[in-house]
Design a protein around this ligand. Structure first.
Ligand code: AMP
Ligand code: MG
Length: 352
């Protein structure tokens, strides 16, 4: 692929400069690629109605063509022309959670290029809760297609430096708006069928959703540890978020996890391996060997979600051979964290 000059601009979300946003919007209008911050992770944006621009996203990321993209909008009004209809429950959810980390899957309209939906008859849409993202969409005047701004398979970017690491020389512009808040991607909720169904757990939790609508289901692939179940969300079938090192995730009582990780650390070190331990604030002092990084506090799992992908990338920087990671309990945001850890480790989960 031909190298291009990637322009990097710094934008302060709290003090938006119109002319800087215009620079980004012009790139989008001209069919180019702009990475920008959202409240979840950095997105790699293109004009969502321009097939040629969308194709560039797949090429830059090395993304499989059968993995559909999310369209990002700046108003509910903008959704109307993109979908067949907006179900009542979706309207309620938009009112409550938009802008925010909730992507909804609708029956698509004819306006949507096939490449967005990977040929499906549905389309994924969300409104991000970040001023830079919202202004970029408004100023571009089009819905922006934006998957995470990483090379396919790598951990999602939560800092502009992660985007630079993966995509410098492959995209037109990176808007550096600092660290993203939530740190894991949006929840993907299918509202195109009878019962709203979570296809990917994320920033808005099952517990959040059922406070607002009476019935929400989870795709079987999220609930069951069965490799034969094909996820309804095409992206969920791929290895994702993966570090360069091997990874094992330990689940169970915290004391058992610590004991097991210490035993495995001894075993791998005796084999001459460099071991990374993804610990938590509460447990980090119980490890004595290996490279120990705390990912956040068990008492505030949002800090774990926020730090997760950056911590995985840190272990890559330290060139460890294996990452031994603590697991967390699967409720609230813990469901999304464990989903990412499961994918990052290629399903290498050990109950202890
Ligand atoms: P990414 O933006 O890379 O974090 O991934 C977007 C996620 O949304 C992937 O898991 C996609 O498979 C999923 N997705 C996008 N469009 C659809 C759709 N029409 N139906 C089901 N899942 C979708
Ligand atoms: Mg992604």
């Amino acid at each position: 692929m031909e190298e291009i000059q990637t322009k990097i601009i710094k934008v302060d979300e709290k003090n938006l400069k119109e002319d800087l946003i215009k620079l980004g919007a012009n790139v989008i209008k001209e069919g180019g690629l702009v990475a920008f911050p959202t409240e979840t992770v950095y997105g790699l944006g293109a004009n969502g109605l321009n097939e040629e621009a969308i194709e560039k996203i797949f090429i830059a990321k090395g993304r499989p063509q059968d993995n559909p993209l999310i369209l990002h909008v700046a108003s509910v009004k903008q959704v109307e022309s993109l979908v067949e209809s907006i179900p009542t429950e979706a309207k309620i959810l938009m009112e409550r959670f938009w802008p925010g980390p909730l992507t909804m899957i609708f029956k698509r309209s004819n306006l949507i290029p096939d490449m967005i939906t990977a040929g499906l008859d549905t389309v994924a849409i969300r409104m991000p809760n970040n001023h830079i993202a919202l202004e970029l969409i408004k100023t571009s005047g089009v819905p922006i297609a934006a998957p995470s701004a990483n090379t396919s398979g790598r951990p999602s970017p939560t800092l502009a430096s992660h985007v630079i690491e993966d995509l410098n020389g492959k995209i037109d512009m990176i808007i550096d708006g600092g660290s993203t808040g939530i740190g894991v991607e949006s929840t993907v909720l299918d509202v195109s069928g009878d019962v709203p169904t979570i296809l990917r757990p994320g920033g808005i939790t099952l517990e959040d959703l059922i406070k607002v609508i009476p019935k929400v289901e989870e795709d079987l692939s999220i609930i069951k540890d069965d490799k034969n179940i094909i996820p309804k969300s095409p992206g969920q079938k791929y290895r994702h978020y993966a570090p360069k090192a091997d990874m094992v995730v330990f689940t169970g009582e915290v004391q058992n996890i610590v004991k097991a990780i210490n035993e495995y650390t001894d075993k791998y070190i005796s084999q001459g391996k460099k071991v990374g331990i993804m610990a938590t604030e509460e447990t980090k002092d119980e490890y004595k060997k290996g490279i120990i990084i705390s990912v956040g506090s068990r008492k505030d799992k949002k800090t774990i979600a926020h730090n997760l992908f950056n911590t995985i990338r840190l272990f890559d920087e330290k060139k460890v051979d294996i990452i031994l990671s603590e697991g967390v309990e699967t409720f609230e945001i813990g469901t999304a964290i464990m989903n990412r850890l499961k994918k990052a480790s290629g399903g290498n989960i050990k109950g202890v």
